[in-house]
Design a binder for this molecule. Structure first.
Ligand code: URA
Length: 189
């Protein structure tokens, strides 16, 4: 089965299973993920915000614009990568997703990663990092690739948190610049 068909099936399964009826009720639509099913890098954010909810696409607001700029900096476009979130419906008023909401979407997220089989998973922010590696602290391990269950994860700060914080913004840009070398190392090992 093609990767695209596998992704389509996962999306349909979320619609059929309806894992978080309350979130769905308050949202405009499901924000599943976007990009290439053949991507070598998968980026994982937290949950859709207002713009994402309206457009049905992850990271299309201010944080997404910053993400696009950093991708361009390392010679990548959105079409080269795949972007998704842990939670696929916008939480009301952009509140943080609750632990049980994140748990309810974990199996679908893992299936997305299995379908794409990326070389590198980039987690954006602590929620995304701690879904995979709960004991790690983003402030201590950002920019350091971690091997977990046969995949390499790169924890980065969340672009929304870094956007208006000068120090964090530069740290995120510096960490982002490490991605090509990390990817090359994974591919040559
Ligand atoms: N923040 C996220 O974590 N995800 C989005 O899609 C947008 C903003």
């Amino acid at each position: 089965m093609s990767k695209q068909k596998q992704l389509d099936d996962i999306k349909q399964k979320i619609l059929d299973d309806d894992p978080t009826p309350e979130l769905k009720e308050g949202a405009t639509q499901l924000v599943f993920g976007v990009g290439s099913p053949d991507a070598e890098i998968v980026f994982i954010g937290e949950a859709p915000g207002k713009n994402e909810d309206l457009k049905g696409e992850p990271f299309v607001g201010a944080a997404g614009k910053f993400l696009d700029e950093m991708l361009e900096m390392i010679g990548l476009k959105r079409a080269d990568i795949y972007i998704t979130n842990i939670v696929k419906y916008r939480p009301p008023n952009n509140r943080d997703p609750y632990p049980d909401e994140k748990e309810k979407f974990m199996s679908y997220l893992e299936s997305q990663i299995e379908a794409i089989q990326p070389k590198l998973v980039v987690t954006l922010g602590r929620h995304s990092l701690n879904c995979f590696l709960p004991d790690l602290s983003i402030s201590q391990c950002h920019g350091q690739p971690k091997r977990y269950k046969g995949l390499v994860y790169l924890p980065l700060f969340h672009p929304a948190a870094a956007l208006y914080n000068g120090g964090m913004r530069q740290t995120l840009i510096d960490d982002f610049a490490l991605i090509p070398a990390i990817l090359e190392k994974i591919k040559s090992s």
